[in-house]
Design a protein. Structure first.
Length: 405
């Protein structure tokens, strides 16, 4: 009786009462649900912050080069920002008038295209007779009426305003991240235990380097797309070949849909030359899209980010399926970071922990008892925890050598 009373008293004193555990579990589940809802509400803002951080890491090598030449970081960031603004303004000043001229030329030639569609002696006329393209367009326009046109104009204006606001916010966040990047690296270093901060700093620098390499690789693939467009446009006489190449290169920076939009724009310009040239241009960009997705991007990212081709393709597929364009944009940096942590932290620890004569148990940090732990029905002593910055991820390792009988 006295023994049972002592055991019950010790059980209650240790805080293992079932009602208390039930309350903690309920509060933990409620907190997790609230955090999940908050993340869902702030999803767009969080994605915008992630994109801004990736862009800042991509521009950081330029800022570091300016600082090594004696310029302060603030002035270096300002120089990069002003240079980028000048390039954007120059590009718009060059592009907008040309786009207006091409739109007017397409409008003037539209009646000729309509006559070709109605002529049953050519390929377009036979396709129109089979699929009734003109009749479908006319019926949709007549059904929509002026109200549909006005609604479409207002909808397009709303999308344009939202995109402009998001672009301004993205630029501002990128500049702030670029200016405060050393402080962010220092924060990541201080989150590690004191004996392992040097190792944490090395890993942080390597992650930043690989993310910056992703931005460089994306720029290289865009230059390849622009160069291919320039060669095609000059070969087939597309108007404003240089401007078209620049537009396609800029659009190709956007994953998933960038090259498609650029190819559509180039095909429309090809129609101003002739219908066969427009169709051939569309086929060229379809073939290039396949080549870029499955050959160019994996090869380039393998060099700049040190991520193999299979992982690149899988990451792009999963990121695009989960988060669309933004997911595809962030997929490769996330994959490169995870691969680095696995190669530099987890796999070496598993190799060392799996040596003969040791039993290993992995438990969350904070739940490691001070007394010997039973592993595999034998008492094991707490000899070490997972060394290095992996402690940031809440992992502890209990190892012990088997005692001799």
């Amino acid at each position: 009786m006295l023994l049972r009373t002592a055991v019950t008293t010790r059980h209650r004193a240790s805080g293992d009462h079932p009602y208390r555990w039930g309350l903690l579990v309920a509060l933990g589940g409620l907190t997790g649900w609230i955090v999940f809802l908050a993340i869902g509400e702030a999803r767009q803002e969080l994605l915008l912050i992630a994109i801004a951080l990736v862009l800042a890491l991509g521009l950081d090598p330029v800022v570091m080069r300016l600082t090594r030449r004696g310029m302060s970081r603030g002035w270096a960031v300002a120089t990069v920002a002003l240079t980028g603004l000048a390039l954007v303004v120059s590009f718009l000043a060059w592009m907008v008038p040309t786009l207006v001229d091409q739109a007017e030329a397409f409008t003037r030639q539209f009646p000729a295209y309509q006559r070709q569609l109605q002529d049953h002696s050519n390929v377009l006329g036979r396709l129109n007779a089979k699929y009734h393209v003109l009749d479908s367009i006319r019926s949709k326009v007549s059904q929509g009426g002026s109200g549909s046109i006005v609604g479409g104009v207002f909808g397009a204006g709303k999308i344009a305003v939202s995109a402009a606001a998001a672009a301004v916010l993205l630029i501002v966040l990128t500049l702030y991240f670029l200016a405060g990047l050393p402080q962010l690296k220092q924060l990541c270093r201080r989150l590690a235990p004191a004996p392992h901060r040097d190792r944490a700093s090395e890993l942080t620098d390597e992650v930043c380097k690989r993310v910056g390499g992703y931005v460089l690789g994306n720029a290289l693939t865009s230059l390849i797309a622009g160069a291919g467009t320039l060669v095609w446009a000059l070969a087939f006489g597309l108007p404003d070949a240089v401007l078209l190449a620049v537009i396609v290169a800029v659009l190709d920076l956007v994953p998933v849909v960038g090259s498609t939009v650029g190819g559509t724009f180039a095909a429309l310009l090809g129609l101003t030359v002739s219908v066969p040239v427009g169709i051939a241009t569309a086929g060229f960009y379809i073939a290039y899209r396949v080549l870029e997705d499955y050959l160019i991007v994996p090869r380039v990212m393998g060099r700049t980010v040190q991520v193999d081709g299979l992982l690149t393709v899988v990451a792009l597929m999963i990121g695009g399926a989960v988060l669309g364009i933004v997911g595809a944009l962030l997929a490769i940096p996330v994959a490169a970071t995870v691969k680095l942590l696995l190669d530099e932290v987890l796999f070496p620890e598993l190799d060392r922990a799996g040596s003969p004569g040791e039993d290993v148990a992995v438990v969350p940090v904070g739940l490691v008892p001070a007394e010997p732990v039973a592993v595999g029905h034998r008492k094991q002593s707490l000899t070490r925890r997972l060394a290095g910055p992996a402690g940031l991820f809440g992992i502890g390792v209990l190892t012990g050598r088997r005692r001799k009988n």
